[in-house]
Design a protein around this ligand. Structure first.
Ligand code: CAO
Length: 415
């Protein structure tokens, strides 16, 4: 079966996490992704957080599936000329170098357009145009600068970063969408264009509901669904809301049986208004269905702490899966707190290809997250990440270089 992006060639100049997540998605949709790495060194993540000596790390292998790797010194004149051929040969150049690095290499937007007017140049940068545009940025900096850290955590604690890589992988996702849109527009214009996804912008986009809340706070000075209400004070900026639900249906994380020893014996419980009578029934508070202090969502808002304590008295008598099974019978929205160990072992995620086992010639078998986006006519088969420079000869051959020329480039350390 063909793939959605069959025939699209990606010059993958990405490294670390944000860019590689983008090009990995494009590869999973069928694009031919040619990863260009520095000769002798490669993407720095190949050697970061290694669990097996001298073997590409899980950091690298889990972000670079389904790609080809070539080595090339793009600062050497001979390397530059190979890169020019690649620019002519490919549809999209994706990069996430520090600001200005591509220009310093001699590949400005103008030069790339001269070489290939159909080329799409897609970049991840830490910040968009403005005071910080020249800054290097990593994941947690983006989380802090994009509004996630100031709104994550508890009111009495410091700002907190989240384990979800919303700055890196989140921005990679944004960039992939931009590339696909630019490819679509190219069908009518015949021209390439630049695509920029700034990490600050991507994080802020994912924190959209917090900017909503900032404006509500500015207008009304209070937010009834936040844990600061009714006893705490609100300041000028949206506060950290702990585990309170971000939407109009109050929710919280509650202890389940075993919480004293198991750090993940918890459940997320949402007191969705339409199922309030069922919640009261399950937790043994049938009177709350009609008592005026509890009967309506508005009446419940100042009493959420008391209500969640009563629900927790019930959840503590069940393990998280028992609680989930009972609550689902009543259509009460909830979710167990699943550890990475539990997720890795979950059969249904294996069945859908969301968790895959991949075989690597040096590492052996390892687990990875497969393509989370499922296309019915373009299924993803996850293949292992390439070894450094594994496809150099193959790709240079496709560019028309003869075996002798390739040997020369190798002899002078350009590839
Ligand atoms: N041949 C020759 N030189 C190469 C090369 C190749 N194949 N590939 C890269 N280089 C050069 C670059 O041209 C650059 O050289 P100059 O600084 O002389 O112009 C140099 O390698 C280093 O690139 P870099 O500045 O991008 O790398 P860094 O390790 O110093 O910074 C990072 C890393 C991630 C902070 C920076 O790339 C960045 O801010 N990127 C944008 C934001 C981003 O994607 N951050 C997320 C990273 S994942 O957490």
């Amino acid at each position: 079966m063909g793939k959605a992006l069959d025939g699209i060639r990606i010059l993958d100049f990405t490294h670390v996490q944000s860019g590689p997540t983008c090009t990995q998605l494009l590869a999973w949709f069928g694009a031919d992704v040619i990863k260009v790495e520095r000769a002798g060194a490669g993407d720095i993540t190949r050697e970061q957080l290694r669990d097996i000596p001298d073997v590409d790390s899980l950091y690298f292998t889990m972000l670079n599936h389904n790609k080809r790797s070539i080595t090339l010194d793009t600062k050497h004149p001979r390397g530059k000329s190979v890169l020019e051929s690649l620019v002519r040969h490919c549809d999209v150049l994706v990069e996430n170098f520090a600001p200005g690095a591509l220009d310093r290499m001699g590949f400005t937007w103008e030069r790339i357009q001269e070489l290939n007017p159909r080329m799409i140049v897609a970049s991840v940068k830490g910040f968009g145009p403005g005071p910080y545009e020249d800054c290097k940025v990593y994941e947690n900096v983006a989380q802090c600068a994009g509004g996630a850290a100031s709104t994550t955590g508890f009111d009495d604690g410091p700002p907190l970063v989240t384990g979800a890589q919303i700055g890196d992988s989140g921005t990679g996702l944004h960039l992939a969408l931009g590339i696909v849109a630019a490819l679509y527009q190219r069908q009518t214009t015949g021209r390439g264009q630049r695509v920029l996804a700034a990490m600050q912008d991507g994080v802020l986009n994912l924190c959209r509901v917090k900017l909503r809340d900032q404006q509500r706070l500015d207008r009304t000075r209070v937010m009834h669904e936040y844990p600061q209400y009714p006893d705490g004070a609100f300041g000028a900026a949206v506060p950290r809301a702990g585990n309170a639900s971000g939407g109009g249906q109050p929710g919280s994380i509650l202890k389940c049986k075993g919480w004293e020893t198991d750090p993940n014996a918890y459940i997320y419980f949402i007191t969705q208004a339409p199922v309030w009578p069922a919640i009261c029934e399950v937790i043994g508070k049938p009177g709350w269905v009609t008592e005026p202090d509890y009967a309506t969502p508005k009446a419940r808002l100042p009493r959420l702490a008391e209500i969640f304590t009563a629900i927790e008295d019930w959840t503590k008598t069940k393990d998280k899966f028992e609680a989930m099974a009972i609550l689902n019978e009543f259509d009460i929205p909830c979710g167990p707190i699943l550890s990475m160990k539990e997720l890795a072992e979950e059969p249904s995620l294996r069945a859908t290809g969301t968790i895959v086992e991949v075989d690597h010639p040096k590492r052996g078998k390892y687990l990875s997250v497969g393509n989370p986006i499922k296309l019915s006519d373009s299924p993803t088969e996850v293949t292992r990440s390439p070894l450094l420079g594994e496809h150099t000869d193959e790709v240079l051959g496709e560019l028309g270089l003869a075996g002798e020329e390739i040997a020369q480039l190798r002899a002078i350390g350009v590839i």
